[in-house]
Design a protein around this ligand. Structure first.
Ligand SMILES: Nc1ncnc2c1ncn2[C@@H]1O[C@H](COP(=O)(O)OP(=O)(O)O)[C@@H](O)[C@H]1O
Ligand SMILES: [Mg+2]
Length: 342
């Protein structure tokens, strides 16, 4: 197995299905992307498009009725490349990666914080377990981490329980807990969706500072294209379990190519817009993941739909350095340009 030396993770043709009584849910349908070491990437798409499932797969946190295929190449600390997709779900190898090398923060902090232990006990535990600290060292480091994530009066608040923290403070405590594991990859799955706008901005800028400071490789997942604009270098736009466009964030924002990306961008409320200004949303709804459509997943909602679109899945077309779009509009264009140049 070989990887590009600049990447810490390479996901290839990732497919995740769930077997249900009613049929098969096609949650992730062939996703590929890279995470360069020390850089941040974004995964953006509407609710239900497979963002969470595809990222849980990286830590093999899928329920028993899930089946997984494809490759999840990960570069370990010793430089060795391991395919996480091939590991047994409860093997020693995955348990040494999960939550440690690859840490996660979620929308709902209580999925990682225990309600019955103090913040000190929970974060110290990770430090004692994973970094071999004594109890006293761990307590001091916990206070440091709480200060780092901006919790006021950390010396006192360290002995409180999560319920004594506000929503924003809990979010910060969860980030401190993820950092306590000294991770190399941080997956942030809609980390600020539950917070009000002011807190969102604060927590996002905290995550960004920590990413820089600890040289973390980060996957930021969100349904809100606005959130990734200033946070990540590369963005992947996902629709119905597939990536439809990926590229350098600025380029994708300035010149979105896929009709879905264009629709998403038009539905971001403009900060300069007047209150109540109409935000266009993409007409139609996302098809069911039980019944994958033939061809392009976006065809049914696409204003530029052609006959081929509901017959054949478009192959990726490179339209700029590192900028790729999966859309028949470009395949035609490429062929026409080739013909014109011939
Ligand atoms: N445990 C599960 N069992 C069956 N279907 C699931 C399960 N988890 C997620 N799904 C389905 O997989 C698809 C992708 O879900 P998800 O990754 O949570 O979307 P997103 O995070 O983009 O909102 C959805 O159709 C969802 O209903
Ligand atoms: Mg999700």
């Amino acid at each position: 197995m070989s990887m590009n030396p600049k990447n810490i993770l390479e996901v290839r043709d990732l497919v995740v299905k769930f077997k249900m009584d009613e049929g098969t849910v096609h949650a992730v349908n062939g996703v590929s992307y890279d995470v360069p070491e020390g850089k941040s990437i974004g995964i953006v798409g509407e609710s239900g498009c497979g963002k969470t499932v595809s990222s849980y797969a990286l830590n093999r946190l899928l329920p028993r009725n899930a089946s997984l295929s494809g490759q999840i190449l990960f570069r370990e600390r010793n430089g060795q490349v391991i395919d996480i997709a091939k590991l047994k779900p409860e093997s020693k190898e995955i348990r040494s990666i999960r939550g440690k090398d690859i840490a996660m923060i979620f929308q709902e902090p209580m999925t990682s914080l225990s309600p019955v232990h103090t913040i000190c006990n929970q974060i110290s535990e990770a430090l004692i377990l994973f970094q071999g600290m004594t109890k006293k060292q761990a307590r001091n480091r916990t206070v440091e981490l709480l200060k780092l994530v901006g919790i006021p009066q950390a010396e006192r608040r360290v002995d409180e329980y999560p319920f004594q923290f506000s929503g924003g403070m809990r979010q910060r405590a969860m980030i401190a807990m993820a950092l306590a594991r000294n991770p190399r990859v941080l997956i942030a799955d809609e980390p600020t969706t539950a917070l009000d706008v002011t807190l969102q901005a604060q927590v996002l800028s905290l995550i960004q500072d920590l990413q820089n400071e600890f040289n973390l490789s980060m996957i930021l997942i969100t349904h809100d294209l606005g959130v990734v604009a200033h946070m990540v270098e590369t963005v992947n736009i996902m629709y119905l379990g597939r990536i439809v466009e990926s590229g350098p964030t600025l380029q994708v924002f300035e010149e979105p190519q896929h009709p879905y990306t264009q629709g998403l961008l038009q539905s971001i409320p403009k900060l300069t817009g007047r209150l109540g200004e109409r935000v266009t949303s993409i007409p139609g709804s996302v098809p069911s993941a039980y019944d994958l459509p033939e061809g392009c997943p976006f065809a049914a909602r696409c204003p530029h739909r052609m006959e081929i679109c509901s017959i054949e899945m478009p192959k990726p077309v490179q339209i700029g350095e590192d900028h790729t779009v999966h859309c028949h509009l470009f395949i035609g264009r490429e062929a026409a340009e080739d013909a014109a140049n011939a």
